[in-house]
Design a protein around this ligand. Structure first.
Ligand code: ATP
Ligand code: MG
Length: 354
């Protein structure tokens, strides 16, 4: 079992490495010879984002790391957890730690597609229609409780996410760059929700699961509240903007230079191919999923201060990158098998390159 997941119920964590400097490692695996830890201003800034978020959110480091990886890859994130585990607080704090334009939309049963993308408004004075931009025209969109809104409205957001543009009246309008959606949802079995269409789930680069806090973390949470922490006032908690779009751009240029050896590329492909032949799955990972795993592993290698991707980087990102891209067979589900256990089995059986 991957040590990156120890202590993380339900494989909630993409990575549990205590700091960006320490790569995840397999027990008994040969300790890599002293790797050059590459310091760069962009990397320091992005590591700083994590420290800012910790001023308001206790724990949940794996989810914070996942969100930073998504920003580096310009990918969208689905954040899942039971009510009250700080999904909203985490995304709001991330927004407050970045000097990017951010909009938050609470998804409700009566939200219309135009409330997301924007709509044509008739101006009586000029006798013309003009386009009023919806909240997707931003850098960081927090789509809170996305599964409380009906499929038609979900579809308008999913389309904008995929195409990075909105078409109104035949007119394509590009969205800003970066454009990253962080959508939160309760686990699908909750009542009064519209599950996202499974076939469209792979528009999310990562699916992160927020676990319940451990005992000492929970004590720290209520201790903060006992000492006047107000989740609505992040400024008072000392959260400031520590990175901007230029830092992200510089970071991306560095991530793009991270080397991936042919044996690691083959390892990624072998993992994805194994999902397609697994008897427990009715749908395996597509080649798009394989490219996503490459991108997230690379970003994690860079955050860890390395200039090349290791098989351990890939392992650390398998669950959050692939868990929503596979579908269980009904029989397997009845037997209590989960996507997480299937992925664990695959990680245990696919030979790891040396
Ligand atoms: N890890 C945590 N660190 C700090 N505060 C926390 C943490 N977990 C929960 N809280 C507290 O619980 C409150 C509820 O969190 P929040 O509203 O973000 O939950 P949620 O996951 O979005 O819930 P819902 O699914 O009901 O929307 C927060 O405002 C905060 O006070
Ligand atoms: Mg919430």
């Amino acid at each position: 079992m991957n040590p990156a997941y120890q202590g993380a119920p339900g494989h909630a964590a993409p990575v549990q490495a205590p700091g960006y400097g320490e790569p995840a490692q397999q027990p008994g695996a040969p300790v890599p010879t002293a790797e050059p830890i590459v310091e760069s201003p962009a990397r320091r800034k992005l590591a700083g984002v994590r420290a800012e978020v910790a001023k308001s959110v206790v724990g949940q480091e794996a989810a914070v790391t996942g969100l930073v990886i998504a920003l580096l890859c310009r990918g969208h994130v689905l954040l899942e957890g039971v009510p009250g585990v700080a999904k909203t607080l985490l995304t709001r704090t991330l927004g407050a730690a970045l000097d990017l334009e951010m909009k938050r939309v609470q998804f409700t049963p009566d939200l219309m597609p135009g409330d997301i993308t924007g709509s044509l408004i008739y101006d009586a004075r000029t006798a013309e229609f003009s386009f009023r931009e919806g909240p997707v025209f931003t850098n960081l969109m927090l789509a809170d409780e996305i599964n409380r809104t009906p499929p038609k409205t979900q579809a308008s957001l999913l389309e904008a996410m995929e195409e990075r543009q909105v078409t109104v009246d035949g007119d394509p309008r590009p969205l800003p760059d970066p454009f990253v959606v962080i959508a939160t949802q309760n686990p699908v079995e909750y009542e009064g929700t519209y599950p996202l269409p499974e076939a469209q789930l792979d528009r999310f680069l990562l699916k992160l699961i927020l676990p319940l806090p451990g005992r000492s973390e929970e004590i720290e949470i209520i201790n903060r509240h006992a000492h006047a922490f107000d989740p609505r006032d992040l400024k008072a908690a000392g959260v400031t903007e520590v990175a901007d779009a230029d830092d992200l751009e510089a970071a991306r240029a560095e991530v793009a230079k991270v080397q991936v050896g042919p044996e690691v590329l083959a390892y990624i492909v072998d993992i994805c191919r194994a999902t397609r032949t697994s008897p427990s799955l009715s749908l395996g990972v597509s080649p798009r999923g394989a490219t996503a795993l490459l991108a997230t592993s690379r970003a994690w290698a860079w955050l860890s201060g390395r200039t090349f991707v290791t098989p351990d980087d890939v392992k650390s990102l398998v669950h959050p990158t692939l868990r929503h891209r596979v579908q269980l067979r009904a029989e397997a589900e009845l037997e209590g098998v989960s996507a997480e256990t299937v992925l664990d089995g695959i990680l245990g059986s696919v030979p790891v390159p040396r």
